[in-house]
Design a protein around this ligand. Sequence first.
Ligand SMILES: Cc1cc2nc3c(=O)[nH]c(=O)nc-3n(C[C@H](O)[C@H](O)[C@H](O)COP(=O)(O)OP(=O)(O)OC[C@H]3O[C@@H](n4cnc5c(N)ncnc54)[C@H](O)[C@@H]3O)c2cc1C
Length: 482
Amino acid sequence: MDARILQEFRAIVGDSGLITSAEQLHTYECDGLTNFRVMPLAVLLPTSTEQVQKIVHVCHRERIPFVARGSGTGLSGGALPVANGIVISLARMNRILDVDFPNARVVVEPGVINLEVTARVSPKGYFYAPDPSSQSVCSIGGNVAENSGGAHCLKYGFTTTHVLGVEVVLPDGSLVHLGGKTLDAPGYDLSGVFVGSEGTLGVTTKVILRIVKRPECIQTLLAAFPSTREAGAAVSGIIGASIVPAAIEMMDNLAIQAAEAAVHANYPNCGGLLLVELDGPTAEVDALMEQVDEICTKCGGTEIRVAQSEAERAVFWKGRKAAFAAVGRISPNYIVQDGVIPRTALPRIMEEIERLSAEAGIKVANVFHAGDGNLHPLVLYDRRIEGQEHAAEQLALRILEMCIEAGGSITGEHGVGEEKKQMMSKMFSEPDLETMQLVRCAFDPLQLSNPSKVFPRTRLCGEKPGRYEPHPLEVAGIAERF
Ligand SMILES: Cc1cc2nc3c(=O)[nH]c(=O)nc-3n(C[C@H](O)[C@H](O)[C@H](O)COP(=O)(O)OP(=O)(O)OC[C@H]3O[C@@H](n4cnc5c(N)ncnc54)[C@H](O)[C@@H]3O)c2cc1C
């Protein structure tokens, strides 16, 4: 990078806020999706909104692309750097700025870790509901960018339900405030547009969150089934009975084996395991838990336990929350896939995944938010075996196609990022994608903020951002657009 520009960056963030050495840059070359790696030119670690603004101003003036980064736990390559650009790490902007209990609002900087919000408000009986399994390390800024979900989003809603406003440094360096502490601000819901935009519309520097009062009673049931088919039927049964659990999570036998090897959660060795959590007033939870127990038994549940203490409940969850990382115990490499299907299609799709896995000779472990129909097939492979990585990637993509065919989606919570951008045109029509591009271009006409993510690059070399304009070669009938 030009020494003059580096000097300008150093003047903004100081020596300790600028990383340029190759060894240190390696830390930032990928996120949780490690099969994509790119070295950035530099990493900057600002400590204030003003510093972010100044950095982005320089990027805009010099046409330097930038990628915002929280904790780097993303699973779709969203925080993957671009080779000719910089990374703006928000990790040092990690202060909880305001806690307003009477209005149940909290204002945080983007580098605050998800679980720290709950830790701060729990003494007064509140919690922050969206709970990704990575919540002990992932940042609120990353959660906002990905519209992250978690086990309890079935009842409480995804991140978007809990973000009321954001302060954003736009890609030209200007500062805007979208949404606010009150509900239903007039005008376009731009805070809603920003949530889930995967870093493509600017850098968020403050977030206003909603917190929720902890319910009077929480009970968690664990049920073992011969296979995921029976467990899937129980999920449909519970939802069909108009019960809205706080969470319904499912694990198959491979995932159970992995979790047991890692954290010894004392799970039964079965084909399909359900965790069902109910919360609310004690009388209601007691009555509904009886119903859930009956439904699980009727659907073929062989062993059903309700946690008898907070400690036992924590152990039930420990296995589930550790499951992704635990898969490393049974396979040297794996892809965490993320797709959504209508809940009723669960038994059929699980069988299909099993068939495809057998056909490809690649094992698939399943651990997922069953209540939302949000699948997380973990496609296991060994990079050292010639061709296995490619076969695993193909299988993971085939599973996503199946989700689309079933009327679902290519992502439930991990985002599109780098990994799934080619799948966007399978899910959306050209006008749909163009409309999204128009929004993108309104915020970032120069495409500097996390460029080349989310959208497929299907256009010809004369590509311009915004509404599609045919290339002169196309007009002349020499080239064709597929
Ligand atoms: C073991 C494990 C379990 C997981 N479980 C879940 C789960 O249950 N549910 C779930 O939804 N996800 C889960 N994830 C994925 C991941 O943790 C989430 O996507 C999380 O929100 C990413 O946060 P982060 O701080 O690590 O963001 P990063 O990975 O650093 O970035 C993610 C995206 O956000 C953008 N971004 C980050 N900060 C900002 C900012 N301030 N302004 C603008 N854009 C920004 C980045 O550019 C990137 O596109 C899991 C990951 C792991 C490794």
